[in-house]
Write a protein that binds this ligand. Structure first.
Ligand SMILES: *Cc1c(COP(=O)(O)O)cnc(C)c1O
Length: 375
């Protein structure tokens, strides 16, 4: 089987993890956690970073710190991984789903702006929905497949309508919009280091922010909100969301290789673009002008998706469809879905992600191309 996207562990992973084991610093404190936070902050160009147990936890804490509370709404694109929406629900808030752009597969900003203009009003600095006077507190752009929407425009809309921005940047480490790294446009940016992401800690995440107060609060909330260094005194309900030292050690080794991994990913993508664009039935995600993407997970759009998926699997090539659009999931069916032509469903029915692990060989890639073009 040619795997879809597996970790590339080619650096100091063994060495740093062994050091954790040799020194007994395996758990929730240790120098690698701080080092990992420093390295990620430096890489993306944010002032602070707080490591978490996974990307979903990073989103949850960022929403809490953005002031999202019971009965609020948070705006999110209809095509994303379910964790984006779940993190909203963990705050007892509700999503407002926005359909995606047919080319870039990111939140459609025309739809978003039209919706906000027609259906909301500002009162005492809060944005309220006309139908029920409930507050829309934040917007969560999701940088799907490492691409981004027009971030200048998104930030302008957020400012005009008084929305906090929590970026679901979980797929976009190494992606830039007008030379600025993803995750640094909003109040908070959240990254994931799950096994399938561009670099991995096995499981892990991180929150980046330029706000020192918020960074402190994020650390506090992710570590059980303990307010005394000696005694077990906790000043609010906290979470056990920290990243452990062993995994942070893995992360440090991984981020050392990030630039190399991105270089490999871009070469893999270039090979696919070159060979697959011969076929008129195969299309690609349009990269938003001004964006540079990390090419984390190569995804094509193809008409006969179901049969192509089957052919790939039959040829021992791992491939997967896009996420089922959020408005089609049982628990989110009743939520507000802003759309004109349900582009999400069209894109969903045509997309296939194909093998692109950083370690994939040219022969393996050639086999994927041959199977795809053989129709
Ligand atoms: C991976 C991912 C997450 C969640 O990250 P975890 O580390 O798995 O919790 C959230 N949103 C999107 C879009 C993702 O791809």
């Amino acid at each position: 089987m040619i795997p879809l996207s597996i970790p590339y562990l080619d650096g100091n992973e063994w060495k740093y993890i062994k050091e954790c084991l040799d020194t007994n610093w395996v758990s929730s404190v240790g120098s690698y956690v701080n080092l990992f936070e420093e390295k990620v902050a430096a890489y993306v160009g944010s002032k602070y970073a707080v490591a978490t147990s996974n990307g979903t936890a990073a989103l949850h804490i960022s929403l809490i710190l953005s002031g999202v509370s019971s009965d609020d709404y948070v705006i999110v694109p209809n095509i994303t991984f379910v964790a984006s929406l779940n993190s909203i629900k963990y705050c007892n808030a509700n999503p407002i789903l926005i359909d995606i752009d047919p080319e870039t597969w990111q939140m459609d900003l025309d739809l978003l702006e039209g919706f906000l203009k027609e259906n909301t009003y500002l009162k005492d600095g809060d944005l309220l929905l006309k139908t029920n006077n409930k507050r829309i507190k934040a917007i969560m752009p999701v940088h799907v497949l490492g691409n981004m929407c027009d971030m200048n425009r998104l930030c302008e809309i957020a400012e005009k309508f008084k929305l906090k921005i929590v970026e679901d940047a979980t797929e976009s480490l190494g992606s830039y919009y007008e030379k600025q790294h993803s995750g640094t446009f909003g109040d908070f940016g959240c990254f994931s280091f799950n096994g399938n992401k561009i670099i991995t800690t096995g499981g892990g995440g991180i929150i980046v922010t330029d706000n020192s107060e918020m960074a402190k609060k994020a650390k506090h909330l992710t570590t059980q909100a303990k307010s005394s260094s000696l005694e077990y005194i906790h000043d609010e309900i906290g979470y056990n969301y920290r990243l452990v030292n062993i995994l942070a050690a893995l992360g440090v080794a991984q981020i050392e290789q990030l630039d190399h991994i991105i270089k490999l990913k871009k070469e893999i993508a270039a090979f696919y673009y070159k060979h697959l664009s011969q076929n008129d039935n195969i299309n690609f995600q349009k990269i938003t002008p001004g964006a540079i993407v990390n090419q984390w997970l190569f995804t094509i759009k193809i008409n006969n998706q179901k049969s192509v998926l089957k052919r790939l699997i039959d040829n021992k090539i791992q491939a997967r469809p896009f996420w089922l659009p959020m408005n089609q999931l049982e628990m989110y069916k009743k939520d507000i879905y802003v759309n004109k032509n349900d582009i999400s469903n069209q894109v969903y029915q045509q997309c296939i992600s194909i093998p692109c692990s950083a370690g994939i060989t040219r022969e393996e890639q050639q086999k994927v191309v041959t199977v795809l073009l053989d129709n």
